[in-house]
Design a protein around this ligand. Structure first.
Ligand code: SF4
Ligand code: SF4
Length: 126
């Protein structure tokens, strides 16, 4: 059972209550498909420009998180044809934030959660 945490973007916090993120986590699908079982240990919200995230990630680690997932809407957007990475998502510097979190915690950092874009290969910093 892998203990998983999620970090989301403040730009979406009043629009999406992470419904599909939680569904995929509980069913081990999409970004969580690599786990034979997973349990959520916590969720935090990134605030622009992301200076808070490394500290938040350390707290998630202290709560037992073994992997931190970053929501798909941070780097992809929804179109008539599904979710795509063209034109990005809510954050234009997510890769830098993920690197900072990985450096601060040493945890697996996974770029993606629910509804992964077609042909997107899950990026994981280990
Ligand atoms: S990835 Fe999807 S389900 Fe998760 S917070 Fe973003 S919009 Fe909501
Ligand atoms: S830094 Fe990026 S992920 Fe964080 S709140 Fe701002 S846009 Fe969202």
């Amino acid at each position: 059972m892998t203990k998983v945490a999620i970090i989301r973007c403040e730009k979406n916090e009043n629009r999406c209550p992470l419904t599909n993120c939680f569904k995929c986590l509980s069913e081990n699908k999409q970004g969580f498909a690599g786990y034979s079982g997973s349990v959520l240990v916590g969720v935090f919200t990134c605030r622009c420009q992301g200076e808070n995230v490394a500290d938040l990630a350390k707290i998630l680690k202290s709560k037992g998180a073994e992997a931190i997932h970053f929501c798909t809407c941070m780097f992809a957007n929804k179109t008539d044809k599904g979710w795509i990475t063209d034109n990005g998502g809510f954050c234009d510097h997510l890769d830098k934030i993920i690197e900072q979190v990985h450096e601060a915690t040493g945890l697996a950092c996974v770029k993606g959660s629910a509804h992964l874009p077609k042909d997107y290969e899950l990026e994981i910093l280990r």
